[in-house]
Design a protein around this ligand. Structure first.
Ligand SMILES: Cc1cc2nc3c(=O)[nH]c(=O)nc-3n(C[C@H](O)[C@H](O)[C@H](O)COP(=O)(O)OP(=O)(O)OC[C@H]3O[C@@H](n4cnc5c(N)ncnc54)[C@H](O)[C@@H]3O)c2cc1C
Ligand code: SF4
Ligand code: SF4
Length: 353
């Protein structure tokens, strides 16, 4: 029995928050992260501060990563993946493979732990699935993930075709969410908030820019949301309650055309933009089925890990816990809180052993 050690699969904000909470009460934690570094999606995003902090929490994620990488009781195994597992709650064996080493490309090892937390997060929706938006075909159609990464890397907002400041920008909401035609009927919960914060950032960096947000209905997530929308409108950002069905490119221009229905007159209005940002939603991680089979953990109808009614941190397999966006869409704050709650469930279970 090795119940003072816990394995966490996935080193995003949820996994790290669970790890830090467990070490605070004396546990040793192994984080199995398949990427080359900790942090997950949140550490690829941009600070969305204008003259004020937008409370996007991206910097909090950066701080968490630093804390975990220096923590004496957190062992970070990057380039690692789970191969198999056996045992019972309080006494599991987890076989993992880790990339690296000079003699072999992959090294196998066995961890003896008391509990396992799955914190493998999500994948941004693959916008190529919405062919009518031309992602991958028109260079100035980008996803919000691309936009976040580019702003973080370059510190400036530019259009991909020539690096110049975009003049007419639009955000398309609910791309890959609330769309039964592609089997994703759920709301991703985070994209209204991040899109509005990004649009404010663009407006404050490029005051002469003309920004439109096309939406079905803006999801009021979080207590500050209505204030956020009002502040967008005060800056001159336009909201149009209608999602254009298609993006048309031109052979000789960086601009693209969209048609949209004017809800008041019923007329179809044409508009042109030189940067279109697709507010992609949160899809399940690509290997959820492998992990679900390995740990005999149920998935919900959208292929996120299914929590039990009494706590969404509990899976149907005793000793296997869930944390963060792998259990369903969550923002950074919620993912961190879910990670800490998973740690509390682990401790409760191990104390009962
Ligand atoms: C475009 C976009 C912008 C966003 N902007 C914001 C924002 O500004 N503010 C905000 O609060 N939220 C934002 N979010 C939401 C935010 O990304 C999530 O809340 C957060 O990343 C969830 O953290 P997580 O740890 O659950 O998952 P993730 O960030 O997905 O981390 C999961 C980790 O697990 C690892 N992993 C996956 N599978 C395995 C495996 N099999 N084995 C080992 N490791 C594995 C991954 O490599 C990753 O490091 C945004 C989301 C999107 C799509
Ligand atoms: S990263 Fe987000 S929370 Fe941090 S300072 Fe910037 S706007 Fe504020
Ligand atoms: S959060 Fe907003 S953009 Fe995202 S799916 Fe929900 S309603 Fe659509």
């Amino acid at each position: 029995m090795n119940s003072k050690e816990v394995a966490i699969i996935g080193g995003g904000v949820a996994g790290i928050s669970a790890a830090v909470a467990l070490t605070d009460i004396g546990f040793m934690v192994h984080i199995i992260e398949r990427d080359v570094q900790l942090g997950g999606h949140a550490t690829s995003f941009a600070c969305k501060a204008t003259d004020k902090c937008s409370k996007c929490l991206v910097c909090v994620a950066d701080e968490l990563v630093l804390k975990a990488s220096q923590h004496p009781k957190i062992r970070v195994l990057t380039g690692s993946e789970v191969m198999s597992f056996s045992g019972k709650p309080g006494d599991f064996e987890l076989r993992i493979s880790q990339a690296g080493g000079e003699e072999s490309l992959f090294k196998e090892s066995v961890l003896k732990i008391g509990a396992i937390v799955i914190a493998t997060g999500f994948m941004p929706f693959n916008a190529e699935e919405k062919k009518e938006y031309g992602y991958g075909k028109y260079k100035n159609v980008i996803t919000a993930s691309d936009f976040e990464r580019a702003i973080r890397a370059n510190g400036a907002i530019s259009r991909p075709t020539d690096g110049s400041a975009p003049e007419k920008i639009t955000f398309f909401q609910c791309v890959g969410s609330r769309d039964e035609s592609i089997g994703k009927g759920y709301c991703s919960k985070v994209c209204c908030s991040y899109a509005l914060k990004l649009s404010k950032l663009v407006k404050s960096e490029i005051p002469e820019s003309d920004i439109t947000i096309f939406y079905m209905d803006v999801q009021p997530t979080g207590k500050d949301f209505l204030k956020l929308r009002e502040s967008c409108e005060e800056m001159g950002i336009k909201f149009v309650r209608n999602l254009p069905s298609k993006i048309y490119g031109y052979a000789d221009s960086d601009f693209m055309r969209v048609n949209n229905l004017n809800n008041n007159t019923g007329e179809v209005v044409q508009d042109e933009f030189d940067l279109i940002v697709l507010s992609v939603g949160m899809s399940p991680q690509n290997d959820v089925k492998f992990l679900a089979n390995t740990f005999k953990v149920d998935l919900d109808e959208h292929n996120f890990f299914k929590g039990l009614k009494q706590s969404t941190n509990l899976s149907n397999t005793p000793g296997i816990f869930l944390a963060g966006a792998c259990q369903g869409p969550k923002d950074i704050e919620e993912s961190m809180a879910h990670g800490r709650a998973a740690a509390a469930e682990v401790v409760k279970m191990l104390r009962e052993q």
